[in-house]
Design a protein around this ligand. Sequence first.
Ligand SMILES: *[C@@H]1O[C@H](CO)[C@@H](O)[C@H](O)[C@H]1NC(C)=O
Ligand SMILES: *[C@@H]1O[C@H](CO)[C@@H](O)[C@H](O)[C@H]1NC(C)=O
Ligand SMILES: *[C@@H]1O[C@H](CO)[C@@H](O)[C@H](O)[C@H]1NC(C)=O
Ligand SMILES: *[C@@H]1O[C@H](CO)[C@@H](O)[C@H](O)[C@H]1NC(C)=O
Ligand SMILES: *[C@@H]1O[C@H](CO)[C@@H](O)[C@H](O)[C@H]1NC(C)=O
Ligand SMILES: *[C@@H]1O[C@H](CO)[C@@H](O)[C@H](O)[C@H]1NC(C)=O
Length: 651
Amino acid sequence: MILVLFFTLFSLVYNSSSKLIPEGSAVFDDSGFTVLTNTTEHSFGRVFNNETLFIKNETFNFHFLFGIVPELDQQGSHGMAFVISPTMGVPGASSDQYLGLFNQTNNGKSSNHVIAIELDTHKDEEFGDIDDNHVGININGMKSVISASAGYYDDEDGRFHNLSLISRKVMRLSIVYSQSEKQLNVTLSPAEFSVPPEKPLLSLNQDLSPYFLEEMYFGFTASTGTVGSLHYMLGVSITPEVEHPLMDLTVVPTLPPYPKKSYDKIKRILAVCLTLAVIAALVASWIGSVFYWRHKKVKEVLEEWEIQYGPHRFAYKELFNATKGFKEKQLLGRGGFGQVYRGTLPGADAEIAVKRTSHDSRQGMSEFLAEISTIGRLRHPNLVRLLGYCRHKEDFYLVYDYMPNGSLDKYINRNNTNENQEGLTWEQRFKIIKNVASALLYLHQEWVQVIIHRDIKPANVLIDHEMNARLGDFGLAKLYDQGFDPQTSKVAGTFGYIAPELLRTGRATTSTDVYAFGLVMLEVVCGRRLIERREAKNEEILVDWILELWEKEKIFDAAEESIRQEQNRGEVELVLKLGLLCSQQAESIRPDMSAVMRILNGVLQLPDNLLEVVRAEKLRGQPEISMEVLLLDMNSVNTLTFTNSFLSHGR
Ligand SMILES: *[C@@H]1O[C@H](CO)[C@@H](O)[C@H](O)[C@H]1NC(C)=O
Ligand SMILES: *[C@@H]1O[C@H](CO)[C@@H](O)[C@H](O)[C@H]1NC(C)=O
Ligand SMILES: *[C@@H]1O[C@H](CO)[C@@H](O)[C@H](O)[C@H]1NC(C)=O
Ligand SMILES: *[C@@H]1O[C@H](CO)[C@@H](O)[C@H](O)[C@H]1NC(C)=O
Ligand SMILES: *[C@@H]1O[C@H](CO)[C@@H](O)[C@H](O)[C@H]1NC(C)=O
Ligand SMILES: *[C@@H]1O[C@H](CO)[C@@H](O)[C@H](O)[C@H]1NC(C)=O
């Protein structure tokens, strides 16, 4: 009787016009199975139904068969998920722990409107995973609302039986939601069970309708990490709307074994082994020679913890020769952190900039090197590349690419420093601003760790031979901040560019970088310093002066005269307003770098009430951190909006 009822679910409306669309590594194989991932590591695949469902405020029932065939017997890859989402696939998804569902940036955002049931075969501490074999209900992010180890409750005696998701066996997942009960049940069982067990594995008492939009898509995603795994989806049924290529449910299919490693792959592995062996031999002989030289009492001390860090360690002699013995003539500049020399590496023809700093304690040295090694691994076209380092006696040397066109500083402060320096065109300025923004976005959001620059200012923006801007000295301020340099016990940064909350708390954040970047934008457009002696007193402080002009609806007059052409007006005003927004005293109304980038690219608009907000903020004087900026992340809503509560609260 129950059996009959169950099968009727499958034979309700069959909507023949809808279709599953594969993406990424997903394919439909010869047996008619949907294979979400192939043997490629760190990849993801997904299939989504091409027609929408109207399930808001509805009761529904999804039901499908799946199977996971891992490369290794005891270890799965990352897993798969059933997804209900407002779009076909979630834009910008990542592989590995993100299951092809989200990425680092959008994970957890309420604007996602995504409900997923994950079949997770990897324990990710960062998302609070309970184990490496669990089923979870996820809302808008990778952190499960509830989860349980894979298994089912026996109908007869209620006992719990474990199931292994990576057992290569086909299993059944049933997802039932009742709008009247506001309850979501998820039940896992072996495929041989024609009826899901009565007691669900997971039961979530929550009204899901707020998360659904009127029209939703459904689909499946899966991803691999360092270990390969095939993730199969074998037919899905949804009541009351759609069904997809049904398997003959009375016969449970057997999944093919994981494909044998191809000859190519074995060859690759052999090649890697050989290379490793050669490297090991080289390292061994190198270490040998180090001991030999040490024996000969050569000054250069190489400690064990230095060997393990990434970037190249230059020999002092190399740098000495490259800079012609650190001659005064080679000196490019002097900064808070030491002197910078220009040099040429013999044989390589490559020009380098060598920064010399001194320290007198060995303390903090290993952190310093750890930091250097992080910085050495960063790669971005708008960052100045750190080529390596060297230690000699009390001095520490950092070797960078040489930037022939110097720093932005001398282009925008022409009156004060360099009379005959040519001015930049608007196109060049706008490109430089975007370049710096993209470097900062990379440091803040795109690299595995959040890196805070801490010293954004025109002098740290270098210009290469194609007039692209590259951010230099990133992360270094932190090293000094950590007490590496005992002489500088002040807050690292440069006067004028230090955000107010940084002065109060001493804690640098991505937002304090945004603050400084906002000021740099203003300087680039206006071609003058933040604070400058002027005949008119009201013009002395750049930010105040721009705001004053804006209030008189003459903000364009703030721009340097040479770029005040009508065709630039839109962009110039945009950058001025954005610069003011970023350099707000109140941390909470500054946008983050991804919003800044989107505003610069014209994808996101500045709020209409920006002037009011900035003005209110100025009247308040003393910032108080309690307002919110609502950054709506969805493509459909592309205006940065302030909540009303801010404005009323503001007075
Ligand atoms: C989905 O795909 C099917 C088969 O290709 C097609 O007939 C149908 O029109 C598609 N639906 C939408 C909404 O694109
Ligand atoms: C796996 O899928 C990717 C597409 O994401 C494709 O580029 C790759 O060639 C596939 N690998 C194999 C072994 O089929
Ligand atoms: C869902 O229910 C809410 C509140 O009961 C109602 O405002 C909304 O119009 C309903 N939406 C649909 C698609 O039925
Ligand atoms: C994450 O996805 C969003 C779209 O939801 C995209 O705009 C963003 O660039 C992605 N971020 C990364 C780091 O891939
Ligand atoms: C199920 O698996 C868990 C962890 O693998 C183990 O602790 C537990 O004893 C198992 N339960 C049964 C009934 O086999
Ligand atoms: C969820 O499971 C419980 C226990 O079997 C059951 O009482 C309840 O009706 C189920 N809810 C739904 C929405 O199916």
